[in-house]
Write a protein that binds this ligand. Structure first.
Ligand code: PBG
Length: 342
């Protein structure tokens, strides 16, 4: 019955049944929206579990091959491969070595899945350097008399432009190895334009560049350090963005687009939905978001305690990231989530 005086135009209870809710949903998840990040580790015989990311492993080449097949069969939007080398050095030599673990892994996957799965490579030095930074380090600064400078940054300073040269070499090695998309995650200034030019000069016009445009210096990357066996001390706040700031994310996106980025990313995802939304409103290319290791760990830890309904919370988090404006989401739950929504 209608209460006396209640307006006739009040909202109808359209959401009464699941079918009605489904029919009017503005946002949906599809397996192709999801990209699975994976770790492949050199010189291991069996996959190694990552304690801080229950359910995620460092893969051998053969277990990686199996995961690539699953990703293809599930119709995922891609596989993002990170390499964990046995040996590291100051300049990250393993990164552009054709026999380096990441490049070997790319060739293995591409041979199995061909063009049926979008193969993405992490393009950054941090897994390959002994100091764990995303670039090569600058020589300690000198004062005007050539003595070691007394005042100045105490923290390691990355040599931006020397790093670009390393990234270009890495890009060519990854393109040679069969990657379709290169994920520029190092946050060096000018990296997109520099790598684009190097690829084009080598005839790799068809290689797609995914720029980690707005990448924040985040505590949510914690478990990733274990995943890649990182040696990093300190943090990356001299080259990643300050969580306090929003405007500079838009500037980073604009610069990356001007340099030729084909895709841009916001990272992490859940704590930065406002940034994602703002970026999605101005970007003229697809926008992806990276639900990072710490976000994964939080969901898993709470679910393991029975404090969250695992499937519901995971799917809701992914839906929220899509709603905020992401075209695609990098998530360690990609395979499981794809099975749930299929
Ligand atoms: C650096 C890189 C990081 C992640 C992806 N690429 C770590 C960092 O910037 O400190 C983190 C991903 C995650 O936490 O899941 N190349």
């Amino acid at each position: 019955m209608t209460a006396p005086g209640f307006p006739a135009h009040r909202p109808r209870r359209l959401r009464q049944t699941p079918a009605l809710r489904r029919a009017v949903a503005q946002t949906r998840l599809h397996p192709a929206d999801l990209i699975l990040p994976v770790f492949v580790r050199e010189a291991i015989e069996e996959p190694v579990p990552i304690a801080a990311m229950p359910g995620v492993q460092q893969h051998t080449l053969s277990s990686l091959e199996a995961v690539a097949r699953q990703a293809r069969d599930a119709g995922l939007g891609g596989l993002m491969v990170f390499g964990v080398p046995e040996h590291r050095d100051a300049v990250g030599s393993g990164a552009d070595d054709p026999d380096g673990i990441l490049n070997v892994a790319l060739r293995v996957v591409r041979a199995v899945t061909g063009d049926d799965l979008v193969l993405m490579a992490d393009l950054c030095l941090d897994e390959f350097t002994d100091h764990g930074h995303c670039g090569v380090l600058a020589a300690p600064p000198r004062d005007s008399a050539g003595r070691p400078r007394r005042f100045g940054p105490a923290a390691a300073v990355v040599d931006n432009d020397a790093t670009l040269v390393r990234y270009a070499a890495m890009a060519l090695a990854q393109a040679d190895a069969g990657a379709h998309v290169l994920g520029l995650s190092g946050m060096m200034d000018g990296q997109v334009g520099y790598v684009r030019a190097a690829l084009d000069a080598a005839g790799y016009q068809d290689i797609v560049l995914l720029a980690y445009a707005a990448k924040y210096a985040s505590g949510f990357y914690g478990p990733f350090r274990e995943a890649v066996g990182s040696t990093l001390r300190g943090d990356r706040s001299t080259y990643q963005q300050d969580p306090a700031n929003a405007t500079e994310a838009l500037r980073e996106v604009a610069l990356d687009l001007a340099e030729g980025a084909d895709l841009v990313m916001v990272k992490p995802a859940m704590p930065y939905l406002d940034i994602l939304s703002a970026v999605a409103q101005v970007a003229t290319v697809p926008v992806s978001a990276y639900q990072v290791s710490g976000e994964y760990a939080m969901l898993e830890a709470a679910a393991a305690h029975g404090w969250l309904d695992r499937e519901r919370a995971i799917l809701e988090s992914l839906l929220a990231i899509r709603r905020a404006g992401a075209t695609q989401i990098l998530t360690y739950h990609a395979l499981e989530a794809a099975a749930w929504i299929a």
